[in-house]
Design a protein around this ligand. Structure first.
Ligand SMILES: [Zn+2]
Length: 252
């Protein structure tokens, strides 16, 4: 089976598509497990609820930098993070794409959530955009996790590789203009790669432009198999092992 390690199942895809439809289409396509992250604090309870409702859905809970400033402890309580369905903290990180006015608040929120992850011994799912040096400077020490939807430089990849991080390839890997990202993934070791859709965003080729669903993660797997020169079935087994390494709480 394939595992979509990052799909926002609590987003409103469109008014006619229910989470139930999306999940069954994924399972029918061979995507047996889905991990639902949160970005907005208001997604935290719905994501937890969904992961309790379906045995093949797990969640990572966190607050995206765009919601800074917000008090992480109000939402990420010990009680919630101790739940067996919560396998990590994310997505968390830094995003300077739209300007610099709240950098200090983003850093504060990021550092606080890393503390929470450490306390619960949970891996983290990192979002970073236009903020490579601050991200690398903050992610030091004993923290482990995944660089979600990795599109940053090979320079950052090398640093995070040394610190034991995984790298997640999204649908962007299949984009015509993404040869630099394919190049990065060709150099990354196979035992540190996982795949995701980041649904409902970033639908892979040949679905580019449509609403992305976890079933489409197979296209990213196909592209990665070609980059690595591996049969798809062999890659499938390797990726399953990697997910178990990254998120030990998942039952595979
Ligand atoms: Zn995401």
């Amino acid at each position: 089976m394939f595992i979509d390690t990052h799909c926002h199942l609590t987003d409103n895809y469109n008014n006619e598509t229910s989470a139930d439809d999306i999940i069954s289409r994924a399972v029918d396509s061979g995507v047996g497990i889905m991990i639902c992250p949160t970005a907005n604090p208001t997604d935290i309870m719905p994501a937890l609820k969904l992961s309790k409702l379906y045995t093949n859905i797990y969640c990572t809970l966190g607050i995206h930098p765009e919601y800074a400033p917000v008090d992480a402890d109000t939402y990420l309580t010990d009680d919630i993070l101790s739940d067996s369905r919560v396998v990590g903290v994310g997505e968390i990180g830094l995003d300077y794409h739209y300007g610099n006015d709240n950098r200090a608040q983003q850093i504060k929120l990021f550092e606080r959530q890393l503390e929470i992850a450490r306390r619960h011994n949970l891996p983290v799912a990192i979002h970073t955009r236009d903020a490579e040096s601050d991200t690398a400077a903050i992610l030091r020490g004993d923290i482990r996790g995944v660089m979600h939807c990795f599109t940053s430089s090979y320079d950052l990849a090398k640093k995070m590789l040394d610190r034991g991080f995984f790298f997640s390839a999204s649908g962007i890997l299949t984009f015509k203009n993404a040869s630099d990202i394919r190049e990065t993934f060709s150099k990354l070791p196979l035992d540190r790669i996982v795949i995701e859709t980041d649904a409902p965003y970033c639908a892979p080729v040949p679905y580019r432009g449509s609403i992305c669903e976890p079933s489409m993660v197979i296209e990213t797997a196909r592209c990665l198999a070609a980059i690595k020169g591996l049969p798809l079935s062999e890659l499938e087994t390797i990726l399953m092992g990697n997910v178990k390494q990254l998120y030990p709480k998942i039952e595979i």
